[in-house]
Design a protein around this ligand. Structure first.
Ligand SMILES: *Cc1c(COP(=O)(O)O)cnc(C)c1O
Length: 416
């Protein structure tokens, strides 16, 4: 299996190459050259997520140097439950938040980390975060001896709990608190990546959500959920998905395109309406993001749209947008009707008004967003995974929005 860029179609990359590059040389995103064809009977005797993921991912790894490691990678990356929980007659909740940092990003980040670890070469992963990505990446790579991780986050712009989750690591993880905003963090990271000498010297690699090594394992959980659902009900699954950068939703779209038993796919967005406007008007107009209480979905220029457009004439989805006030109301309603605490991102999916059966994709543990959820419904206990962040000592280095200082810190850290 080879991968190509969404922009020029004359060069092909192996999975390992695409994984390490992150973005194609022409700035495009990696997509499979052609999607594999599956016989659903091949999945009949498989039940657990690691087994199903392994079977599903095999064609993508064919001919790649990581092929023989795939089974090991799946069993180590996917070591926590992904339950489908019945909520009401027409709703089930697909809980993707039982990993180490309580967000669905753990699944992709852990798979990516296991792949990079299996490549067995020195790598420095450099990542700017506005919250959930950085902690998922740090947790996934923690204690992998050949890989160093440097995470930049903006001072005073993330929640206290998110900061705790970003600064509780030691050994191969360096957390840098930057005296500026998220855009400045991202600019610093981009500047370092654009410098070929630095890129080469530090063996830099990215781990952001457009990496194909995060997207493919996300397809795998839609494959698994649709097969479980089909087995239970004999029907195809409908999914409603909280959406920001469109990585999670695109994974469902790809899984359906490859023939798995999925019918409707809905994209729930917050007050950032770039995606819903595109589906209403056919015009894709990226803009600045708006701050909302579902902040991991505050995206004004969703990068995976480029992958969606690559496939667009052959697929169909629907979208809607939910304002903060409605998110708050839904959190209260779900709690009083079903006794269930949901986080603000998952709440956007519960806003769907449709009597048909849907699987609501739940992207974060509600305790992760306690500052929003608790004033609405009372105390939400931390899971034992999330509790661990409080048991570790804080380790963080503060820097200015300054390239020289950043390079100096990377230098010090990687030469240790
Ligand atoms: C990242 C994130 C999202 C948005 O996912 P995309 O793949 O960017 O669309 C939704 N909810 C939570 C909790 C997240 O961390």
């Amino acid at each position: 299996m080879k991968f190509r860029s969404t922009r020029t179609h004359d060069r092909y990359y192996s999975f390992s190459e695409a994984l390490q590059l992150g973005l194609a040389d022409d700035g495009g995103l990696f997509v499979p050259e052609t999607f594999p064809k599956y016989d659903l009977n091949d999945f009949q005797d498989l039940y657990t997520f690691p087994e199903i993921a392994y079977r599903f991912l095999q064609p993508f790894f064919k001919g790649d140097s990581l092929d023989s490691m795939l089974k090991y990678i799946c069993s180590h990356a996917f070591n926590f439950p992904l339950p489908l929980v019945r909520i009401s007659e027409h709703r089930e909740q697909f809980e993707l938040f039982h990993g180490p940092t309580g967000a669905f990003k753990d699944i992709g980040a852990r798979f990516l980390a296991q792949c990079m670890h299996a490549l067995n070469v020195p790598i420095t992963v450099l990542v700017a975060t506005s919250g959930d990505t950085g902690s998922a990446v740090a947790a996934a790579f923690h204690k992998m001896d050949k890989i160093k991780v440097v995470v930049l986050f903006p001072k005073g712009k993330i929640s206290a709990f998110q900061e705790k989750q970003l600064t509780c690591w030691d050994s191969n993880i360096l957390s840098l608190r930057v005296q500026s905003d998220f855009d400045a963090c991202q600019r610093l990271v981009k500047t370092v990546f654009a410098d070929q000498a630095l890129k080469h010297k530090f063996h830099l690699s990215s781990a952001n959500s457009i990496n194909i090594g995060r997207l493919l394992p996300q397809c795998a959980y839609y494959v698994a959920a649709s097969l479980w659902y089909h087995q239970q009900t004999g029907a195809k699954a409908n999914f409603i998905i909280p959406t920001g950068n469109m990585g999670n939703a695109l994974a469902a779209i790809w899984a359906r395109f490859m023939g798995f038993p999925i019918s409707k796919i809905g994209l729930a967005t917050n007050a950032n309406t770039t995606i819903s406007e595109y589906f209403a008007s056919g015009k894709f107009i990226p803009r600045e993001s708006i701050a909302t209480i579902a902040n991991a979905m505050d995206v004004g220029n969703p990068s995976n749209m480029e992958r969606y457009l690559d496939l667009a004439p052959q697929t169909d989805v629907f979208t809607y947008s939910v304002a903060d006030e409605q998110i708050r109301t839904i959190i209260q309603q779900i709690h009083s009707k079903y006794g269930k605490a949901v986080d603000p991102h998952t709440a956007t999916a519960y806003a769907l008004q449709d009597e048909e059966a849907y699987i609501v994709v739940s992207t974060a543990h509600p305790a992760k967003f306690a500052d929003i959820v608790e004033p609405l419904i009372g105390t939400v206990p931390l899971s034992s995974n999330l509790q661990k962040a409080f048991e570790r000592p804080v380790q963080v280095v503060e820097i200015a929005d300054d390239l020289e200082q950043l390079v100096e810190e990377i230098e010090k850290f990687t030469s240790k």
